[in-house]
Ligand binder design. Structure first.
Ligand code: SF4
Length: 434
């Protein structure tokens, strides 16, 4: 089959910009579409291309190559869902003679698959799709009717009842690497601001066993944590050649501490000479500082930690299973080791002026090198969404960029966004200082 995998363009919308002329809060997503390279890695025997519309906004024209695609696969996070539906419709019209099959996967398809049960889309792949997407392609190429757990045939008007997949290590297809070569032309555009220049993405594990109320990650594997072997991870790092900075893109890289220890030991033995950035939980740092020391020796230069809040009550309501005390301890351990910290914070729509100022003071006095505050957003399919669904006032998913308030704000919206923008400016000064 002639298969084109499409990474949608930057397309989120911004209330602060549209309503109040505050342009500094619009989210721009950068980085290589690793999820698509991973899928492509398990499509041997087919003609596969990746069109990255974030790196190449005019890339849709490439779909016409080789007589047009037989199958187009999209990935999408929530704020990209409507754009993907629109692009799917355009593809169906443009290549009407060829009737390409359109498949959607990724975060939003995993959390809220029913959203894609509409015209222009043929199949939805939920969760970790490296194996199930391959099985789907095989069935379609052979003219069989697919019956694959985790893959849904779109049937508008009918009852939407996806058959769920029991994810296991087999879904990782560990032995087949991502097709990094398919995005090589854009490599210079894949940079990580605030940490370093050119960066390569590597996945070490999927899913998470925690269940923070706002998070969509557990739905990718139905709450399981599935890790690649050390050899597969080293192979992928090697495939990225001389790129000096490797970003592990798992949401919880050290979720299996024994495996993380083994990988760091192998990297040290091999003297790879790379720098690494990984997401870790504060409680992992506190429980196992020696693991972080070992990783620092292996080249870990920065970690991303979801601190989320500076108040235990709010952390509890998010089911974060952490505390301010733990977060502070983690910060001092990392400072002592010499690992930089990128800190995620979540601004609740019920923030008042004092809450913004308190967060600003906390971050300014902390050793966090790169603070990233975003607005609490109940992503459909998450526990937070189920909890707050009735209160949501902004349902257009184009605005689900984590920089818009989709719930009512305690402050007047203009004051809320102005304080958010002021906080971001203050944080830029903090970044320059640190
Ligand atoms: S926020 Fe992090 S720790 Fe919590 S569920 Fe998501 S990935 Fe797991």
């Amino acid at each position: 089959m002639n298969i084109v995998l499409v990474n949608p363009p930057n397309c989120g919308r911004s209330i602060p910009e549209e309503e109040y002329g505050i342009t500094s809060l619009k989210m721009i997503f950068r980085g290589e579409p690793l999820a698509l390279s991973v899928l492509a890695g398990n499509l041997a025997g087919h003609e596969v291309r990746i069109v990255d519309l974030k790196a190449e906004p005019e890339g849709m024209e490439k779909l016409a190559a080789d007589g047009g695609p037989d199958l187009v696969g999209f990935t999408a996070v929530t704020c990209e869902a409507n754009t993907v539906i629109r692009l799917a419709g355009e593809i169906k019209k443009r290549f009407a003679g060829k009737s390409p099959i359109v498949v959607v996967g990724g975060h939003h398809a995993s959390c809220d698959p029913a959203y894609f049960n509409r015209e222009g889309i043929d199949y939805i792949v939920m969760g970790l799709g490296k194996l199930s997407f391959r099985l789907l392609v095989d069935d379609l190429a052979a003219g069989r009717t697919p019956a694959i757990p985790g893959v849904v045939r779109v049937r508008q008007g009918g009852v939407f009842s996806p058959s769920l997949r029991k994810y296991s290590e087999a879904d990782l297809v560990d032995e087949l690497p991502p097709r990094y070569d398919l995005v090589e032309a854009h490599r210079d555009k894949y940079v990580m601001s605030g940490v370093g220049g050119k960066v390569g993405f590597v996945v070490t594990a999927f899913g998470c066993t925690h269940c923070c109320a706002f998070c969509s990650i557990p739905s990718l594997t139905d709450g399981r944590y599935l890790g690649h072997s050390a050899e597969a991870i080293l192979r992928d790092i090697d495939l990225l050649g001389d790129i000096p900075l490797i970003r592990f893109v798992d949401a919880n890289t050290f979720g299996d501490r024994a495996a993380a220890r083994m990988l760091a030991t192998r990297i040290i033995e091999l003297s790879l000479g790379k720098k690494f950035v990984a997401d870790v939980r504060a409680d992992t740092v506190v429980a196992d500082p020696d693991l972080l020391r070992l990783w620092h020796e292996a080249g870990l230069s920065a970690v991303v930690i979801g601190f989320e809040e500076i108040d235990d009550g709010r952390l509890d309501r998010m089911n974060k299973r952490s505390s301010l005390a733990k977060n502070l301890t983690a910060l001092s351990i990392l400072a002592e080791i010499g690992i930089r910290v990128i800190g995620d914070f979540i601004i609740s729509p019920d923030y008042d002026r004092e809450d913004f100022e308190r967060l600003g003071r906390f971050i300014d006095s902390s050793p966090i090198a790169l603070p990233i505050p975003s607005i609490l957003t109940p992503i459909p399919g998450t526990p937070l969404f189920r909890q707050l669904q009735q209160e949501i006032t902004l349902t257009d998913l184009d605005y689900y960029t984590f920089s818009n308030a989709v719930l009512p704000t305690r402050l007047a919206p203009k004051e809320f966004y102005t304080l958010y923008s002021d906080l971001m400016k203050q944080l830029h000064h903090h970044i320059k200082k640190s």
